[in-house]
Write a protein that binds this ligand. Structure first.
Ligand code: NAP
Length: 259
């Protein structure tokens, strides 16, 4: 299936590794020129080079912290008028809410709520003017099914989800859709480092914890960044102009509810 986005431009945030990288690859395979960001230059440039080699599209790498105003300006200077925006950043740390002060909350809100909102603010009117735009926010399965120790993430992402629910109904008339993609367990560095902590606490090996958690999922495995990226690319396709304000959960069936 041709997704009809060849020649479009995408800004994919936090994309040297994991889910963001998966999205950048899938969009590039569809012929989209991508600007990718991450804080650490080495892995970012390595990913940029891999994408260039495999797909032949134009790849621009911007090493910056996307959760800061300065970082966002750097990313937008490299890609001022994206047709596609994939919002992503690292997730906040786990913990007990009694230990979090105002700074912890502001950091989480900056990363997982305000950064996507400011990037949308900077790009959405251009998309509306060109009558094509696709925004995908990488959030979390925890939006549907909150995880107690991830209170900072639950709170910040719920705020973003509420905001998007309103805005997305205002832009779709102009062929600009805004949707959220909710990962369950995907095999990335973040998942592995989270499970390392859990393995230590449970007194089992890392490999054993990985096996247990994969087996617990109805799919009997974790998701892959490639699957996630391909879903993102479809949401960004020309064909997906009638879907907006949705929360697409990809979790192998882990969430048990009917809705
Ligand atoms: P990952 O494998 O750790 O990759 C994170 C990527 O984001 C890296 O490229 C990292 O590069 C970049 N990054 C982190 N903070 C950044 C910042 N402030 N500015 C720019 N780039 C930044 O993580 P992931 O598993 O793909 O997770 C992506 C998002 O999905 C996170 O918000 C996570 O909480 C959420 N999520 C993931 C899962 C899962 O199972 N994997 C499940 C639910 C939710 P640098 O470190 O070099 O900046």
């Amino acid at each position: 299936m041709d997704l009809g986005i060849k020649g479009r431009k995408a800004l994919v945030c936090a994309a040297s590794k994991g889910l963001g990288r998966g999205c950048a690859f899938s969009l590039a395979r569809e012929g989209v020129d991508v600007t990718i960001t991450a804080r650490t230059p080495g892995p970012l440039e390595a990913t940029a080079e891999e994408i260039r080699k495999e797909t032949g599209v134009t790849v621009t790498a911007v090493a910056c912290d996307i959760t800061t105003e300065e970082g966002r300006q750097q990313a937008l200077a490299a890609c001022p008028d994206p047709d596609i925006l994939v919002n992503n950043a690292g997730g906040p740390p786990p913990g007990d809410f009694r230990d979090w002060d105002r700074d912890d909350w502001i950091k989480a809100l900056d990363a997982n709520m305000l950064t996507p909102i400011f990037l949308i603010k900077a790009t959405v009117d251009g998309m509306i003017g060109r009558r094509f735009g696709r925004v995908v926010n990488i959030t979390s399965g925890a939006v549907k099914s909150p995880i107690d120790i991830l209170g900072l993430s639950n709170g910040a992402r719920a705020g973003l989800t509420g905001f998007i629910a309103g805005l997305s109904r205002k832009t779709v008339r102009h062929n600009v859709t805004i949707n959220n993609l909710l990962p369950g367990p995907f095999d990335t560095d973040r998942l592995r480092s989270n499970l390392k902590t859990r393995a230590k606490a449970a007194g089992v090996s890392e490999e054993e914890m990985l096996r247990i958690r994969a087996e617990e999922n109805p799919a009997g495995r974790f998701g892959t960044a490639e699957e996630f990226g391909d879903m993102c690319a479809f949401i960004c396709s020309a064909q997906a102009g009638f879907m907006t304000g949705q929360n697409f959960l990809m979790d192998g069936g882990h969430y048990p509810g009917t809705l």
